[in-house]
Each structure stands twice: as structure tokens, then as C-alpha cells.
Design a protein around this ligand. Structure first.
Ligand SMILES: Nc1ncnc2c1ncn2[C@@H]1O[C@H](COP(=O)(O)OP(=O)(O)OP(=O)(O)O)[C@@H](O)[C@H]1O
Length: 240
């Protein structure tokens, strides 16, 4: 059995009055890309937020890099388990200011050489450090957002629909970038995508979440011929 970077044991979670996650048990294997798919409202983003302690479960237990969620110090956890979002939020100011923000918030210094290395790693020239963040294209914003997570040298990257708002060319670039990061640093990746073709292509493993239940988990090839009826309908596009 593959070692788990994160494991869930009977995790349930309410948001408001709604039961959003129902007794989820499963593992995200260390050093692999796991894609997380399911209809809108299935609970995918909620599940991702449990993986870096932005939310805590009502019931059940979560183990992250060998330690129970509740034992992690929040800042330390978010350094080791970093998240990038579809909207790639930026503060007004330069790319450099955006990259250094998490450090500034902690009163820490940034290694300038490392910042230059990482901006190049994500495929942008070092000149971009002085650009105004509002002048970036969608694809460039997403690269800066990924660079910001990489500065922390996370063990685990959580990606929430990071290519959904991008055009085809940028989507491909960002996809290749994530695969490059995965290969270079051995980072464990958990990637929510609504694009099933992408989920099957880039994932080693896939979780299918429907109505708060984990209905399938296994190698991503499961999307080609799902055994579960509901998953088959979802993959065929009958269940949005
Ligand atoms: N802050 C909140 N307060 C109350 N309910 C919430 C909150 N955030 C999410 N929900 C509800 O929890 C359910 C699951 O939401 P979640 O965002 O986890 O689903 P999702 O699978 O990521 O959906 P999508 O693909 O549309 O992003 C939804 O019904 C949503 O309305």
C-alpha cells in the first residue's frame, strides 16, 4: 500500500444546515497526483479546505503528513500544505510584493535568489517581479499564484480549479507547470477539476465525490469505465 500524505477516517461535515461531507474515508497517496471530481456542490472545495486546516471536521479524523490535523500549528500546516485557487487572488502592487506577502505577514525575510529562481521555474522572466499585478493575463496570474505557493516549498499542493478560467493555451501551460513541479520536487498534488478529460489524463489517482459521499477512489483510469452507476452517469454527462 502506498504511503498516505493525507488520510481521512469517517469524516463528516455540516455547513449551515446542510450535511456537505458524509463519512469520508480514504487516502491521498504521497508523491502522487490525485484528481478530485464530482458535480457542482458535491463538497470538493470543502474537502480541500479540510486538508490544510481552513476548516475542521465535525466528526472523524484527518491525518496530515503523519500528524493529526488538530496537532498542527496553523501557520506551519499552511506552509507544508499550500493552496492555489481559480481566482488566483492578488493584492494591488507588484508581482514581487505578491510573492513576498505570506512572508511579510509572518515578519519573515524572503530569499531574493530563491524568488528569482522560482519565477523562472514557473516560466516567467525575472522582469515580471517588477510588473504591476493588475497588468497580468489570467495565465500569468495563475503562474504567479503557483510561484507564491512554491516559495514555501510545500510538501502538498492543493489546487482548486486552477485552469478553469484559462484559455486553452494557458491551461496547457499551467498543466505542464504542475506536472513539472510534481516531477522536480516530488510534491503530492490534490487537484479539483471539473474537466474529466483533464482529471483522467493528469491524475494518477482519482476521487469521485457525489452529494457529499466518496463514491469511487482508485487509479484515474476508473473514469474510463466506472463500475458505479452514478459515476457512470456523471462521466457520461447525464448528471451535472
Ligand atoms: N460557507 C458556507 N456556508 C454554508 N454552506 C456552504 C458554504 N460553503 C459551501 N457551502 C455549501 O456546501 C456544499 C458544498 O460546497 P463545495 O463548495 O464544497 O462544493 P463543490 O463540489 O466544490 O462545488 P463547485 O464544484 O460548485 O465548486 C454546497 O451546497 C454549498 O452551497
Amino acid at each position: 500500500m502506498q504511503e498516505a500524505a493525507i488520510s481521512f477516517q469517517d469524516v463528516s461535515m455540516k455547513r449551515g444546515e446542510q450535511q456537505v461531507l458524509k463519512q469520508i474515508s480514504g487516502q491521498f497517496p504521497q508523491g502522487k497526483i490525485t484528481t478530485l471530481v464530482g458535480p457542482s456542490g458535491a463538497g470538493k472545495s470543502t474537502l480541500l479546505k479540510l486538508c490544510n486546516g481552513l476548516l475542521s471536521p465535525d466528526e472523524g479524523s484527518i491525518t496530515i503528513l503523519g500528524n493529526p490535523l488538530e496537532n498542527w500549528e496553523p501557520v506551519e500546516l499552511r506552509t507544508r500544505v499550500s493552496m492555489a485557487l481559480q481566482s488566483a487572488p492578488m493584492i494591488s502592487g507588484t508581482v514581487e510584493e505578491n510573492l513576498t506577502l505570506p512572508y511579510a505577514l509572518q515578519g519573515a525575510e524572503v530569499d531574493v535568489d530563491k524568488m528569482r529562481r522560482i519565477i523562472k521555474e514557473v516560466g516567467l522572466d525575472v522582469d515580471y517581479l517588477q510588473r504591476d499585478s493588475k497588468d497580468l493575463s489570467g495565465g500569468q496570474r495563475q503562474k504567479v499564484s503557483i510561484a507564491r505557493t512554491l516559495l514555501m516549498e510545500p510538501d502538498i499542493l492543493l489546487l482548486d480549479e486552477i485552469t478553469s478560467a484559462l484559455d486553452r493555451a494557458s491551461r496547457q501551460e499551467v498543466e505542464e507547470l504542475i506536472q513539472h513541479i510534481h516531477k522536480t520536487f516530488g510534491t503530492t498534488i490534490i487537484w479539483i477539476t471539473h474537466n474529466l478529460e483533464q482529471a483522467g489524463r493528469i491524475g494518477h489517482y482519482t476521487w469521485v465525490l457525489m452529494d457529499g459521499e466518496l463514491v469511487e477512489q482508485g487509479e484515474s483510469s476508473l473514469l474510463e469505465d466506472p463500475q458505479n452507476d452514478r459515476v457512470r452517469q456523471f462521466v457520461r454527462g447525464d448528471e451535472a
